[in-house]
Write a protein that binds this ligand. Structure first.
Ligand SMILES: [Zn+2]
Length: 68
C-alpha cells in the first residue's frame, strides 16, 4: 500500500476541496407548458418531448383506493 511521505495540512486539504462543490442541474423551459424541465428529459408536468406528447398524463392517482 502506498504511504504518504508528508502529512497534508488542513489548509492544503481544504484548499484542494475548495473546487469540489457540485453545482445544481440546469433547467430549460418546456416549449409546451412553460414549466422548467431537465434538458433531454420528458417534461414532468405535461409529458411532452421534442414538442410531441410521449407520455400520457393522468389527473390524479388515488393511492388510498383499497387501503382498508
Ligand atoms: Zn411541459
Amino acid at each position: 500500500m502506498a504511504v504518504q511521505q508528508n502529512k497534508v495540512s488542513k489548509a492544503r486539504r481544504n484548499k484542494r476541496r475548495a473546487h469540489d462543490a457540485l453545482s445544481g442541474a440546469n433547467a430549460n423551459e418546456c416549449p409546451n407548458c412553460g414549466e422548467l424541465k431537465r434538458p433531454h428529459h420528458v417534461c414532468a408536468s405535461c409529458g411532452h418531448y421534442a414538442e410531441r406528447d410521449v407520455v400520457e398524463m393522468v389527473e390524479e392517482v388515488d393511492l388510498d383506493e383499497d387501503a382498508a
